[in-house]
Design a protein around this ligand. Structure first.
Ligand code: GLV
Length: 310
């Protein structure tokens, strides 16, 4: 099989990881090797130039080298009849768990206050909130959301709720779904974690109306996608205290523009989309299984439902 890697960075590491795990394949790198487009069976991609994938006439599968396929689905020319698989990698999940647990503990243990106090040489102790009762809400209960919920449960957070498109049965987690469920879920969420994918249904889901349903002084962690947030509304709620502070890893425009108001807000922690990064070493093994399944005519794990957007 002929596999083409299309991504802008770390092509050397990806090429060698794919070669090691897929010895039966010829691996080509877009932009580095001479490629006859008609020979390519599978494309492993991260944010390819829009229009490019449509120019390969014999593609049998597209493997997205990340969890979110939103960038691909924005490409109107994407060949919709070619199976599209997204990466679900335990390493991606563990990176996300670390990020989310860090953020939840940061806000839960008042570190946002202490950072300000340190600057003012202010020695004031705040009573710790009750971990068992702290209302944590996770928007999006897929693999990543469930792993984060389990890690928080292990730390003693017993008041965790999750919201997803369809209700999930998960021990120890209150599951909400649909619009009615969303209101109840928001009222519960003193610390709100967004892990939703970017789809039509999640676009600007966090806006003035929904943010105002959170308990006053709530915290927001966004490690899903920037498009879920209405930035002006989040800024307004951060300025009026409805949202006390937020930690954001993903943005409507990335890199975050230099003149964006987020940069200079004291009650924001910003990170450059690093919550969970794909590493070639672990990912290549998973991708190999998916490509072999496609080649053998089996349905691979994590085949994308194009209509749903994930
Ligand atoms: C990263 O954001 C991913 O979708 O894997």
């Amino acid at each position: 099989m002929n596999v083409l890697l299309i991504r802008a960075d770390e092509t050397k590491a990806w090429r060698s990881a794919l070669r090691r795990h897929l010895p039966e394949a010829d691996v080509y790198v877009w932009g580095e090797d001479d490629v006859d487009k008609a020979d390519i069976d599978y494309a492993c991609v991260w944010k390819p130039e829009p229009g490019l994938l449509a120019t390969f006439p014999n593609l049998k599968g597209i493997y997205n080298l990340g969890a979110g396929v939103d960038a691909l689905l924005q490409d109107e020319t994407l060949p919709r009849d070619v199976p599209l698989v997204r990466l679900v990698d335990p390493m991606l999940s563990s990176g996300m768990v670390e990020y989310v647990v860090h953020g939840v503990l940061h806000f839960h243990r008042d570190m946002h206050f202490y950072a300000g106090q340190q600057k003012a040489k202010n020695w004031t102790q705040h009573l710790n909130a009750n971990t068992q009762k702290r209302g944590v809400g996770i928007l999006g209960l897929g693999e990543l959301g469930q792993d984060c919920a389990h890690a928080l449960l292990m730390l003693g957070f017993e008041n965790i709720a999750g919201w997803s498109r369809t209700e999930k049965e998960l021990p120890g987690i209150q599951s909400f779904a649909g619009e009615d469920g969303l209101n109840q879920f928001l009222q519960h969420s003193e610390i709100l974690v967004n892990l939703l994918p970017a789809t039509k249904a999640t676009h600007r889901l966090l806006n003035r109306d929904t943010l105002s349903k959170l308990p006053k002084g709530a915290f927001v962690i966004n490690a899903g996608r920037g498009t879920t947030v209405n930035d002006d509304d989040l800024i307004e709620t951060l300025n009026n205290g409805q949202v006390a502070a937020a930690m954001l890893d993903v943005f409507n425009t990335e890199p975050l523009p230099q003149d964006h108001p987020y940069w200079s807000m004291n009650n924001l922690i910003l990170t450059p989309h690093i919550a969970s990064l794909t590493t070639p070493m672990t990912a290549a093994e998973i991708i190999t299984k998916g490509l072999r399944d496609l080649e053998d005519g089996n349905t691979p794990d994590n085949l994308v439902d194009i209509e749903q957007g994930y």
